[in-house]
Design a protein around this ligand. Structure first.
Ligand SMILES: *Cc1c(COP(=O)(O)O)cnc(C)c1O
Length: 221
């Protein structure tokens, strides 16, 4: 069978449904974010036509160059910022995105709060946790999470939950379970975790948002 955008989307929904069934969850509680980074608008449009409405991008500038026109042409699209965010891009990010998955430090809490205030637009944010304590990765240390959450709440930033990108080469399940525990400990419901290679296990461990690129669009160039 040919892998059209519609069949890839259908396969992904079926995988999510299977994982939900295995863990006695409802598929309605899992949002599929189609990660369209690096893919041009003419690769994205067929997925929209197949029914997908939630998309993720990791660079503000790239998103600004391809999404305004797509948003004009299609109803009901939700755009999520999934990549590391520089504080000086906060205003642009707040203007374009409906959700931000990369809140990971105090300076960004300040910049986003200021940008939301100025724009009169509240954008829900996931706090990114550096769950594998990897030096090269973004995300706040698990130990710093309570104070970062408190600061975000003080600044009236709506918190959607926690997000992580586990270490690339080892079994991700313990990291997903740890993130779920941290969210629970801190009174947060949302869990943005799981990518093409591991989203079924992330769903079994409580993911509410999975960020899937390659499985929907094929390999990035
Ligand atoms: C690129 C990216 C993804 C999607 O990765 P795939 O393996 O292509 O599904 C998910 N999350 C983040 C933060 C990314 O940068």
């Amino acid at each position: 069978m040919e892998n059209t955008p519609a069949t890839l989307l259908e396969n992904t929904h079926q995988e999510i449904a299977r994982a939900c069934k295995a863990s006695k969850r409802s598929p309605d509680d899992v949002t599929l974010i189609a990660v369209s980074k690096t893919h041009p608008a003419d690769r994205i449009a067929p997925l929209i036509d197949a029914g997908q409405r939630v998309f993720g991008e990791n660079r503000v500038q790239e998103a600004q160059s391809k999404w305004p026109q797509l948003l004009e042409q299609h109803e009901g699209i939700e755009l999520h910022a999934i990549g590391q965010l520089q504080s000086n891009k906060a205003e642009e990010a707040v203007a374009l995105f409906d959700c931000i998955h990369a809140l990971d430090r105090m300076s960004l809490v300040k910049a986003l709060a200021k940008a939301m205030d100025k724009a009169g637009k509240q954008v829900p944010c996931f706090i990114q946790v550096n769950i594998g304590a990897e030096e090269q990765k973004g995300g706040c240390a698990a130990a710093d999470l309570p104070s970062l959450i408190a600061s975000a709440r003080d600044a009236d930033i709506p918190l959607a939950g926690l997000m992580c990108l586990p270490p690339a080469t080892i079994e991700p399940a313990p990291f997903f379970a740890h993130l779920a525990k941290l969210a629970d400990d801190n009174g947060l419901d949302g869990l943005s975790m799981g990518m093409s290679g591991d989203y079924p296990i992330a769903v079994q461990l409580g993911a509410t948002h999975v960020r899937v690129g390659t499985a929907l669009f094929g390999a990035r160039g």
